[in-house]
Ligand binder design. Structure first.
Ligand SMILES: Cc1cc2nc3c(=O)[nH]c(=O)nc-3n(C[C@H](O)[C@H](O)[C@H](O)COP(=O)(O)OP(=O)(O)OC[C@H]3O[C@@H](n4cnc5c(N)ncnc54)[C@H](O)[C@@H]3O)c2cc1C
Length: 375
C-alpha cells in the first residue's frame, strides 16, 4: 500500500503528526527503532508503577490549545512539580523561594530575604570591580549571592558538567529566578500534570488506527527506500544521521539511570529530590509513584520504584538527550539544516531532527499545526 506519510520515530512529534494527518484523511506508517512506541515519554510498568524510563517527564504549558488537545485524549492529573534539594542531609525547597530563604537564613518576610540577597550580590559585584562575570561562578554569585551558590548551585552544577564552576562559561546560567513568595511550584505555567494512566495512554490515543512497526531502524530496513512506501517522509531521528554524518557529528549530553524497587510504600515523600553536594555521585532521585498517586493512594502499593540520575559524557550507542548548543554545535546544526531544506519531500521535526531542546508541549504544538496538514 502507498501511504501519504512514512514517519520515522514514534515520539511525541511523530505520534502527534500521525494523529493530525489521520484526522485530515491521510494515511501514515510509523517506523520505530525501539521495541516500544512513544519515544522518550515511554513508561515501563514496574510493580504497577509507571516508570519514566528515559527521565522524569512533567507536562507543563501556557498554551491552552495544546492543553485542551492533550486532555481531550486523556485527562491530566493534578501533579505539581515541587522539587526539593538535599545538601548534606538538610532539605531546601526549590525553586528558590521564601521557603528556601527561611531554610537558609531563618528569615520570614520578603523584605528580610531581599536584604540578605542584595547584601551578598553587592559583595559579589564589588569583587568583580566593574568587569562582567567571566565564568559561571562569577555569574551565579552576582545573580543570587554566596549562600545559595554554595549550597544549591556549585557542586550540583559541577556534577552536571564534570567541570569546576569557575571553568564553565557564564552563559550556561543566564537567569536564576528568585521568588519572594512561599510558592514551591517549579513551573510558572498555567497548566501542568501527568496524563491519567501515564504517557503510554497518551501515545496509544495518538496512534490509534495508525499502522506502526517497532524494533525497526529506518536506515537498516527496506523503508530506507521510503518512496516505494509513501509520498512524503516525516523524519524525527538525529539530523546528522540522516545525512550520514557527512559534515561531522553533532554532540549531545546525556544522563544514565540506576532504577530499583524499594520495599517501602513511600521512599522520599516527593517525586523529585536533587542532591546538591559533591559527596553524592548522582544529581537526583526520582520516585515515580508520586507522579500519579497522591495522599492515601500512595500506600495502596507496598513498594516503590526509584531512579538515581547520573550525568554522563555522551558516547556512540548512548541515548542522545540534550543538544550541545555551543558555537560548534550551533554552526554545524545550521549547516545540516541547510541540507535539510534541499529535501522538499522530507519533513524534519522534533528534538533530534531539529537539534533543539524542546519541552513536550512545543513539540505537540509544532506537529499539530505543521503547514503540511493544510497543503
Ligand atoms: C531527560 C529528559 C527529561 C525531559 N523532561 C521533560 C519534562 O519534564 N517536561 C517536558 O515538557 N519535556 C521534557 N523533556 C523533553 C521531551 O522528552 C521532548 O520534548 C520529547 O521527547 C520530544 O519528542 P520527539 O518526538 O521530538 O523525540 P523522541 O521522544 O526522542 O522521539 C524520537 C523517536 O525516533 C526514534 N528514532 C530515532 N532514530 C530512528 C531510526 N533511525 N529509525 C526509527 N526510529 C528512530 C527514537 O527511537 C524515538 O522513539 C525531557 C527530555 C529529556 C531528554
Amino acid at each position: 500500500m502507498m501511504y501519504d506519510y512514512l514517519i520515522v520515530g514514534s515520539g511525541l512529534f511523530g505520534a502527534t503528526f500521525a494523529y493530525k494527518a489521520r484526522q485530515m484523511g491521510r494515511t501514515c506508517l510509523v517506523v520505530e527503532r525501539r521495541k516500544h512506541l512513544g519515544g522518550n515519554v515511554y513508561c515501563e510498568n514496574v510493580e504497577g508503577i509507571n516508570v519514566h524510563r528515559y527521565g522524569a517527564h512533567i507536562f507543563h504549558t501556557n498554551n491552552q490549545q495544546v492543553w485542551q488537545f492533550v486532555n481531550s485524549l486523556t485527562p491530566f492529573n493534578r501533579y505539581t512539580n515541587s522539587p526539593l534539594a538535599n545538601y548534606h542531609g538538610r532539605l531546601y525547597n526549590l525553586p528558590f523561594n521564601m521557603n528556601t530563604f527561611h531554610q537558609l537564613w531563618g528569615v520570614t518576610t520578603p523584605q528580610q530575604a531581599h536584604d540578605k540577597i542584595e547584601q551578598q550580590r553587592a559583595e559579589a559585584m564589588r569583587k568583580l570591580g566593574g568587569r562582567q562575570p567571566s565564568n559561571l561562578e562569577e555569574q551565579a554569585l552576582v545573580l543570587v549571592g554566596q549562600d545559595i551558590f554554595d549550597i544549591l548551585i556549585r557542586e550540583y552544577t559541577e556534577k552536571q558538567w564534570g567541570r569546576a564552576c569557575n571553568e564553565l562559561p557564564p552563559f550556561i546560567i543566564r537567569r536564576l529566578p528568585l521568588r519572594f513568595t512561599y510558592d514551591n511550584n517549579y513551573f510558572n505555567d498555567s497548566y501542568q500534570g501527568i496524563p491519567t494512566g501515564g504517557y503510554n495512554v497518551l501515545i496509544d490515543r495518538l496512534l490509534e488506527g495508525v499502522d506502526a512497526i517497532t524494533d525497526t531502524d529506518f536506515f537498516n530496513s527496506p523503508y530506507r527506500q521510503w518512496r516505494q512506501y509513501a509520498r512524503r517522509l516525516v523524519y524525527t531521528g538525529p539530523l546528522d544521521r540522516y545525512f550520514d554524518y557527512r559534515l561531522g557529528r553533532l554532540d549531545w549530553r546525556t544522563v544514565t539511570f540506576k532504577t530499583r524497587v524499594e520495599p517501602v510504600a513511600n521512599y522520599q515523600g516527593n517525586a523529585v529530590v536533587n542532591y546538591t553536594s559533591a559527596d553524592v555521585p548522582f544529581t537526583r532521585i526520582i520516585e515515580h509513584k508520586h507522579f500519579e498517586t497522591f495522599g492515601d493512594e500512595i500506600y495502596e502499593n507496598p513498594c516503590t520504584v526509584v531512579s538515581e540520575e547520573y550525568p554522563a559524557e555522551y558516547r556512540e550507542g548512548m541515548e542522545p538527550y540534550y543538544p550541545v548548543n555551543d558555537k560548534r554545535g550551533d554552526q554545524l546544526a545550521a549547516q545540516y539544516r541547510q541540507l535539510a531544506q534541499q529535501e522538499p519531500d522530507v519533513i524534519f521535526g522534533g528534538r533530534l531532527a531539529e537539534y533543539r531542546y524542546y519541552d513536550m508541549a512545543p513539540v505537540i504544538e509544532l506537529a499539530l499545526n505543521h503547514p503540511a496538514h493544510s497543503s
